[in-house]
Design a protein around this ligand. Structure first.
Ligand SMILES: [Zn+2]
Length: 190
């Protein structure tokens, strides 16, 4: 662009400001009709003025740092929420797939849990007494509030509810016994 004398420049600017809407409308129409051409022109301009453009962006970034940081922070937190929600969905979906794939096993375990309900207090006392108060899984002392009845051979692997297949265990040890699953499959809190 050729340099205009400053008074002429000011005049032009005033004229532009007064007719801004018109200009913008025309520019939008032109852009809509010549999208590809305009894009190519902008790209060519940016390539020809790469250094200038980089300097401008750097200066702009510096001047708007707080604003940009805030925008970035919002963007990240929004996306984190989305990712977390997706994580929960995926975990649930995988749990349901697991249930579906282990339907027979789950049925056997449910049956065994119901059967545990048929044990008498004397049976349970007997199992606990036999253990000497020690957890059958970690060997440490089990407080009353931590007690659970554990299948030595898991029901899912064919273990039954005979007293000889039952032992005292920490509820925690029992629940975390089978890696990859925290589903309290064969547990009874006592
Ligand atoms: Zn234990």
């Amino acid at each position: 662009m050729s340099r205009l004398p400053s008074s002429k420049q000011a005049q032009n600017r005033r004229y532009y400001e007064e007719h801004r809407e018109e200009y913008l409308k025309r520019a939008r129409l032109y852009y809509a009709a010549n999208r590809e051409k305009v894009k190519a022109q902008v790209k060519a301009y940016q390539e020809a003025h790469a250094e200038e453009s980089a300097a401008w962006h750097a200066a702009y970034g510096k001047a708007h740092r707080a604003e940009n940081n805030e925008r970035n922070r919002r963007w990240y937190s929004r996306h984190l929420e989305v990712r977390r929600a997706r994580g929960r969905e995926q975990a649930l979906a995988s749990y349901y797939r697991h249930l579906e794939a282990n339907r027979e096993k789950a049925r056997a375990i449910a049956h065994a849990r119901r059967a545990l309900g048929n044990l008498t207090v004397a049976d349970i006392r007997y199992v606990f007494g036999r253990s000497g108060g020690k957890c059958g899984l970690c060997g440490k002392y089990v407080r009353k509030t931590e007690r659970s009845l554990d299948h030595i051979i898991p029901v899912a692997l064919g273990g039954n509810n005979d007293l000889c297949n039952l032992q005292l265990a920490h509820l925690f040890c029992n629940l975390t016994r089978h890696t990859g699953s925290r589903i309290p499959a064969q547990t009874r809190m006592l």
